[in-house]
Design a protein around this ligand. Sequence first.
Ligand SMILES: CC(C)(COP(=O)(O)OP(=O)(O)OC[C@H]1O[C@@H](n2cnc3c(N)ncnc32)[C@H](O)[C@@H]1OP(=O)(O)O)[C@@H](O)C(=O)NCCC(=O)NCCS
Length: 228
Amino acid sequence: MILFPGEGDLSLVHPCREMRVGRWRVACIFQTAPACGPSSSGAALRLAEDLVADVLGVANHTVRVATLLPSGRPIAAVSGQASCPTVSVSHVRDMYGAALSFDGQVGIDIVCPHEGTASLQTFFTPEERAMLPQHTRHWYASLWAAKEAAYKAAGLDIEFQPLRVHIRDLGPDRFQWSVSGPHDRVAGAGRLAMVGQHVVALAVTRRAGKGGVGDECREELEKVSACF
Ligand SMILES: CC(C)(COP(=O)(O)OP(=O)(O)OC[C@H]1O[C@@H](n2cnc3c(N)ncnc32)[C@H](O)[C@@H]1OP(=O)(O)O)[C@@H](O)C(=O)NCCC(=O)NCCS
């Protein structure tokens, strides 16, 4: 059975400048990791900068993507302004990827279906396990990638607890999700695709706060962008 039809695949060569995830618009880009080179963490952030520059049509040197501490969530600044778009990155041993959204808060996750995905079952709720159409490593990888992408998109800046991330309506190329935090519950839509041998999940929800940045971290974002 082919779980992920070719038309759902994303390219390792060209960025996808516009795709729909639920009602939100998302762009994404992927790259294979060279055997030797910069750390995959740094390379993924630079790839996110390339994507923001490409989609906005601005020079690369005006874009900076940095990690917001202590949560670990990446944020983008353009010409020193930490505003839009929202960005997310993911890296595995041989590949990294980045996603952005102007009208939503985005999360991306890459999972290699060949790397021990059966053990992930522990982190699935009974409802999620019942939803899996087949117990194959591709479905485990898809569900896990969906959870991690949803956690990142939720932007709650809490510890990642897989059982608090709920995936519904998982299909070969889409899903719905919600994340319950101590003070809030965030929900959104997701897409699944293959990039080479890897499963990729993209999750999006409404942007937090007026300008898309949560008020609670606006001050910190301004400090970060002042360093650029
Ligand atoms: C989100 C997480 C599960 C992803 O792990 P993973 O699938 O193994 O790794 P991925 O490569 O797919 O994603 C890692 C990237 O996600 C991003 N990320 C990390 N924390 C994030 C968060 N809270 N929200 C959104 N994105 C986050 C970072 O850019 C990170 O890159 P880095 O590791 O190079 O810094 C893991 O990074 C995590 O547990 N983060 C939470 C950290 C935490 O507990 N912070 C304190 C609580 S606020």
